[in-house]
Design a protein around this ligand. Structure first.
Ligand code: PHE
Length: 359
């Protein structure tokens, strides 16, 4: 049996339901973590990725699912939080990948709508088409050709840009991003679209990515400057925007960061709660990821289920992020506020409120 499946699972979790289907002979596992259905159907993307252990994949799914609950709750939306992780082998044949996606779709289907999904790190609208073959109608973000709303990245990016403007307004006294030095970490589905928006707004954009190919394609397209992933904190920035994988903000990293605002699209940016104090000590405004990156999860189901136009979807994303941040700014004490705690409290209140209504 591959080593990844032999690690013990010790998983205290406050979520509602955890489904783990393991196929050790293929090195594949499907994990669906339903954190909460208190506000509505549990919704979250499908992450396709390799992990060092099954436990690491399950923990990732659980933490990401909790983040989705906070994301919908803080914005006052009627959805619950969930996430699926497909633990992939380092390399797999197109046949095994397709078979896994179809099996996963059946699992989604068997949950009867309690779990609804869309694209996430490592998955594309084309993958949603395949998953949808067995998982419809609970699979969002299929390709336009297949009748879906397509890529969710541009909507998430629009919300992040809106958040940056709102935060700059508060910190610098102007929302105008022209000339602002912004570092975008990750030039994938969200980062590349964010860079386009920031360039349009005249920002001085710097980008970094461990994937040199992706990085080069954005440099050529948007004429931005780049910085090596190991050297990102050697420069000073106005805004740092994490748009790659989670856990980037460690206490050690924060010691090195020189910026005024952090606002990005990545999920679970804080490696541990102690990071908030480290950010506070440096006077950095950390805008919680889950208050900022709702765009895809709001727009894609909205376009597909509510028949929003593209313009309407962008407007809803911007309005939603704006409203959430205005609430956080209003509730925050003077100084460098702990927006993370304020946002979590607000999300919890919205969740509790729904439970009172249900009774
Ligand atoms: N990847 C999205 C997120 O983390 C999840 C999502 C996208 C859900 C599109 C539904 C539709 O928020």
């Amino acid at each position: 049996m591959p080593e990844i499946f032999t690690h013990p699972l010790e998983l205290p979790w406050e979520g509602a339901r955890l489904i783990v289907e393991v196929t050790p002979s293929q090195g594949v596992a499907i994990i669906i973590a339903i954190h909460s259905t208190a506000l509505g159907p549990a919704t979250g993307g499908t992450r396709i990725k390799s992990y060092d252990s099954l436990a690491a994949a399950v923990i990732d799914a659980q933490r990401l699912a909790e983040g989705m609950t906070c994301k919908f709750a803080v914005a006052g939306l009627k959805r619950g939080g969930a996430k699926a992780v497909i633990l992939a082998p380092e390399t797999w044949s197109p046949e095994l990948r397709r078979a896994t996606l179809l099996r996963y779709g059946s699992l989604v289907q068997s949950l009867g709508g309690a779990f609804q999904t869309g694209p996430d790190v490592g998955s594309t609208p084309e993958d949603m088409d395949v998953i949808g073959e067995t998982g419809s109608p609970f699979v969002f973000g299929k390709t336009l050709e297949a009748g879906g709303a397509g890529d969710s990245g541009p909507y998430t990016a629009a919300g992040v840009a809106e958040a940056m403007q709102a935060a700059c307004g508060k910190v610098f006294g102007t929302e105008n991003l022209s000339g602002r030095r912004v570092l975008v970490q990750g030039t994938g589905a969200v980062g590349s679209h964010l860079i386009a928006l920031l360039r349009e707004a005249g920002a001085d954009v710097w980008a970094t990515d461990v994937n040199q190919e992706k990085l080069h394609s954005v440099i050529e397209k948007y004429h931005i400057r780049t910085v090596h992933p190991d050297k990102i904190f050697e420069n000073q920035y106005d805004v740092f925007s994490p748009c790659a994988l989670g856990g980037i903000l460690t206490v050690e990293a924060v010691k090195k960061i020189s910026c005024k605002i952090i606002a990005g699209g990545a999920n679970n940016q804080l490696a541990e709660p102690a990071v908030m104090q480290a950010l506070g000590r440096k006077g950095i405004w950390y805008i919680p990821d889950f208050a900022v990156n709702i765009g895809g999860a709001l727009a894609i189901p909205g376009i597909e289920l509510e028949k929003w136009s593209i313009d309407e979807a962008y407007n809803k994303v911007r309005q939603t992020v704006r409203q959430t941040l205005e609430t956080l700014f209003r509730l925050a004490p003077e100084g460098t506020p702990d927006f993370e705690s304020i946002a979590r409290k607000l999300a919890k209140e919205n969740l509790n409120q729904s439970q009172i209504q249900l009774i």
